[in-house]
Structures are given as structure tokens and as C-alpha cells.
Write a protein that binds this ligand. Structure first.
Ligand SMILES: Nc1nc2c(ncn2[C@@H]2O[C@H](COP(=O)(O)OP(=O)(O)OP(=O)(O)O)[C@@H](O)[C@H]2O)c(=O)[nH]1
Length: 292
């Protein structure tokens, strides 16, 4: 009998969750950014490891909730922990163990978990050994501790083998042909958000979102129309940029990512619209797909 199950990827903002998920998938799906708190919604990715099926659930980073949108993100992460068969807690190797201790407090119903020490390429071998020693003080709480580096291609097989070892026997939960349960729409939206993060500085990326208005997949050149939502008129000006330069860059970056996934030419049309106070407007957040 095969094994199958849901695995939540949790960790502090910027721990490297989305990067890890993309690396495992070999396709670019989740949003990766150097800025913290870029992942807003949970997204699923299905990975076949030999004959077993792992459904990874990427979550927003665990952090202090202040704004309504941040509260939503924290709740999403906690829900994912509760819903999954197994949890992978990602900790950058340079992080102090105090953050893990906080996770143990949040993880009140003591879900089984594996610790991944991420970004080990950023610390020395001696520091890594020291860090492993520090985590081993909590060895009663976790199933395994796996050092990992996406940049150095270390730890992938070890992680997948360990996950499968701890999953129960089960029929497949999804068609193994699918690489993701995310709708194409949501993936394209994330690509555009990622391009905003890469091209626009300061607070604006956090105060903006993207609505995919239309996708015409049947045309030889896929036609996508999307609207970037911002909080203020001044932000609209910055997103558009001088003579439209900024929005052109955003559009170009996002289009290249979409074309890579769609494997065909794409015509991406972008608009910008001002919606004051949207990050605190519960109804509007729900219209954008952030369901409670
Ligand atoms: N050096 C190094 N950097 C990494 C590694 N994995 C991820 N990063 C970097 O860490 C940063 C954060 O990665 P993300 O994958 O966006 O982190 P996240 O946990 O999904 O972040 P949130 O969306 O904020 O929750 C990016 O700049 C990545 O390139 C790694 O193995 N080595």
C-alpha cells in the first residue's frame, strides 16, 4: 500500500518555505521574496516521491499579528498545522532556538513535526554542529532534524524520505499527474505579486494585491488581464512609474514567469486601481479570496 498525507510547511517569515517548496517541485509555483511576509495564503503542492504522495501546504510566516491582514495570515498558518498529518518546521540555521520554543507553545496539540535547518550554506560547519546540539535539547519533541541548503542542493532526498517514513498508508489523495491544486489563476496572481516585490520598494508591496480579471488560455498567445490594487493615489503613481516604466518592468517580469509555466507566449495586460483601506476591510479581503 502507498502512503499519502498532508504536510504543513511552517516557520517564521523569510525562513525559506516557498523556496523549499519550489525546489522540491522543480517548478516555480510559490512566491519567493527577500522581503518577509510575502506569502499570504496557503498554497498546496503535490509531490510524488517514488510511489508515495506528499501534499505540501505552504503557509504564511508565523509572526506577531497586528493588522487584520497579518492576523489572517497567522490564522491560516495555525489552521494548516491543525489540518495536516505532519508538520515541517523550517528554521534558518542562523536562527536562535527561542523561536522554535515559541513554535512549541503555539503547537499546543503537539502535532508530530520534523525540523529543517534551512540555509546551512550561510553558516560554518562548526556553527552548524553547535546549532544541532542546541536543538537536540528538544529531541523529545521532534521526529527528526534535517540540515538543508537549496543553494548547495543538500537535504532534499533526506527530507522526502523522512516525511514518507512518518506518513500513514493511504490511497492517493490527488491525481498524481497534477503538480498543484492551486488554480492557475492563483499562481499567476502570485507571479505578479512577486514582480511587484522585486521592482517596488518600501511598504507598497505589502499594501497591494492583484486580481486576475480574465485569462484566455485558448488563444495561441495566452491573454491575461489583471488589476493591481493599492491603498493610495501616490502608490498608484509609483507602481506606474515615470512614463509607465515601473509597471512595464513588473509586467515584463511577471510575463516571463507565467510563460515559463504555461510553455507558450503570453500577453499580460496590467491595470492599477486605488482601494483605500483594503488591508483592513474584511469584506474586500474576502472578495480577494482571503476566506475566514
Ligand atoms: N543562502 C540561502 N538562501 C536561501 C535558501 N533558501 C531560501 N533562501 C532565501 O531566503 C529568502 C526567503 O525565502 P522565501 O522562500 O521567500 O521564505 P518564506 O519562508 O516563504 O517567506 P514568507 O513568505 O515571508 O513566509 C529568499 O531570499 C531566498 O532566496 C538557502 O538554502 N540558502
Amino acid at each position: 500500500m502507498n502512503k499519502a498525507g498532508f504536510v504543513a510547511l511552517v516557520g517564521r517569515p523569510n525562513a525559506g518555505k516557498s523556496t523549499l517548496m519550489n525546489w522540491i517541485l522543480g517548478e516555480k509555483i510559490a512566491l519567493v521574496s527577500q522581503k518577509a511576509n510575502a506569502t499570504r495564503k496557503r498554497s498546496n503542492a503535490i509531490v510524488m516521491h517514488n510511489d508515495d504522495q506528499i501534499i505540501f501546504v505552504d503557509t504564511p510566516g508565523l509572526h506577531q499579528a497586528e493588522k487584520l491582514l497579518n492576523q489572517y495570515m497567522l490564522e491560516e498558518a495555525l489552521k494548516a498545522i491543525g489540518d495536516c498529518d505532519l508538520v515541517v518546521y523550517l528554521a534558518p540555521a542562523s536562527d536562535k532556538t527561542i523561536h522554535y520554543e515559541k513554535f512549541l507553545e503555539i503547537n499546543a496539540d503537539k502535532r508530530k513535526h520534523i525540523i529543517v535547518l534551512s540555509k546551512i550554506d550561510q553558516i560554518s560547519q562548526a556553527d552548524l554542529l553547535k546549532k544541532i546540539g542546541e536543538y537536540n535539547r528538544f529531541s523529545d519533541h521532534f521526529l527528526a532534524l534535517i540540515p538543508m541548503s537549496v543553494n548547495k542542493n543538500v537535504g532534499k532526498k533526506d527530507l522526502l524520505d523522512t516525511i514518507v517514513k512518518h506518513l500513514d498508508e493511504s490511497p492517493y489523495l490527488y491525481d498524481p499527474e497534477n503538480i498543484t491544486t492551486e488554480m492557475v489563476r492563483d499562481i499567476y496572481k502570485e507571479f505578479i505579486r512577486e514582480a511587484i516585490f522585486d521592482n517596488i520598494s518600501d511598504e507598497i508591496p505589502y499594501e497591494s494585491d492583484v486580481i486576475i480579471d480574465k485569462i484566455d488560455e485558448d488563444a495561441p498567445v495566452e491573454h491575461i488581464r489583471a488589476t493591481i490594487i493599492v491603498e493610495k493615489d501616490s502608490q498608484k503613481g509609483i507602481i506606474i512609474g515615470k512614463g509607465g516604466a515601473a509597471i512595464k518592468r513588473i509586467g515584463q517580469n511577471a510575463r516571463e514567469k507565467i510563460e515559463r509555466l504555461a510553455s507558450k507566449p503570453v500577453y499580460l495586460e496590467l491595470f492599477v486601481s486605488v482601494k483605500k483601506g483594503w488591508t483592513t476591510d474584511k469584506k474586500f479581503l474576502s472578495d480577494l479570496g482571503y476566506e475566514w
